[in-house]
Unconditional design. Structure first.
Length: 329
């Protein structure tokens, strides 16, 4: 058995190889079928227009060989990169903010300690690439600079694109456009979205919302890492990548779909909790096991389980939750 997965992550001691093999042999068939369809769609000319067909294809998963390209196109990162030739390298060559550089250096060894490609001994060592992307981004978006969590996002982008400049532009797409204000120093967008999730749970899984309220558990305690790391280190790699496929195309509401599906699917399990620590523990448990490993069926569920979830609903909830937070501030 391979201790290291295809992305360089070391598998934990208790990794269930048997059920993973069973899942993956089934999933491989799906991937092969999807790859053929994608190749036909792209017809070697590496461009796609947004359409219902493309959306459907993306929901069913982008094959790894096309993933970086599709992310670049559908997120607008490709256009931005083409319209700003040389910009990334100019950022790296320009004056540096010492405080920013220090903050990034501090987090280098903390980024994916369980990934062999990010080890100092690796050749090439991706820490150097990661450092460049984060430093460039901090100087590009001074309002954000560098916040914890960005290192994991950038690291994942580097693993998939294997390209420094593309990772920079994808990071810009995520932080600048797709996620509303998650990584600013005040993290208002992040706090808002955790409250929005709470409101959605009240609507869609009221018993769980009631349990949380009864025991005084704040949503931020159990879900903040879901939002900050976009499920990295929370869900299995293949599943995270499938979520990101949709995130780049459909935007931030995908995060709510995933969160609601996890909560709804495990409602009975969560409701067994009888106290505060118990609830927190249940939320750790629901992100493990066959349900989340079987990424193909999981992704089908996120579009059916939570029911309808329009951007209009989310934006309305965001407005009221943001107001509430600001008035408490």
């Amino acid at each position: 058995f391979c201790r290291v997965d295809p992305y360089g992550f070391e598998r934990p001691e208790d990794f269930d190889y048997a059920s993973y093999e069973a899942f993956f042999s089934r999933y491989l068939v799906v991937l092969t079928r999807r790859a053929i369809k994608w190749s036909k769609l792209l017809k070697g000319n590496n461009s796609i227009q947004k359409s219902l067909k493309v959306k459907r294809y993306i929901r069913k998963g982008i094959p790894n060989e096309h993933r970086a390209l599709i992310w670049m196109i559908v997120s607008g990162a490709q256009t931005n990169m083409e319209q700003n030739p040389g910009y990334y390298h100019r950022l790296l060559e320009g004056e540096k903010n010492d405080k920013l550089v220090e903050a990034i250096k501090t987090d280098m060894n903390r980024t994916f300690p369980d990934n062999v490609k990010f080890r100092k001994t690796a050749d090439p060592c991706l820490q150097h690439t990661l450092y460049n992307v984060l430093v460039a981004y901090g100087h590009h978006n001074k309002a954000v600079g560098y916040c914890q969590g960005m290192n994991f996002i950038a690291g994942y982008l580097i693993l998939i694109t294997k390209n420094e400049e593309e990772s920079f532009w994808l990071l810009d797409a995520l932080i600048g456009r797709i996620l509303p204000d998650y990584y600013s120093p005040a993290m208002l967008g992040l706090k808002t979205d955790q409250e929005v999730l709470g409101e959605l749970v009240k609507m869609k899984v009221p018993a769980v919302a009631e349990l949380m309220e009864r025991h005084g558990v704040m949503w931020t305690l159990v879900v903040s890492r879901w939002f900050i790391c976009l499920f990295i280190d929370i869900l299995p790699v293949e599943t995270v990548l499938r979520i990101w496929d949709c995130l780049f195309y459909e935007g931030s509401k995908i995060i709510f779909r995933v969160a609601l599906t996890l909560i709804k699917q495990h409602q009975a399990f969560i409701l067994e909790a009888t106290n505060f620590p118990d609830i927190c523990d249940k939320f750790k448990q629901i992100t493990k096991g066959a349900f989340v490993t079987e990424c193909h069926s999981f992704m089908q569920k996120i579009f059916t389980d939570p029911g309808s979830l329009s951007m209009a609903t989310i934006n309305k909830l965001r407005d009221t939750c943001r107001e509430k937070l600001l008035s408490q501030g």
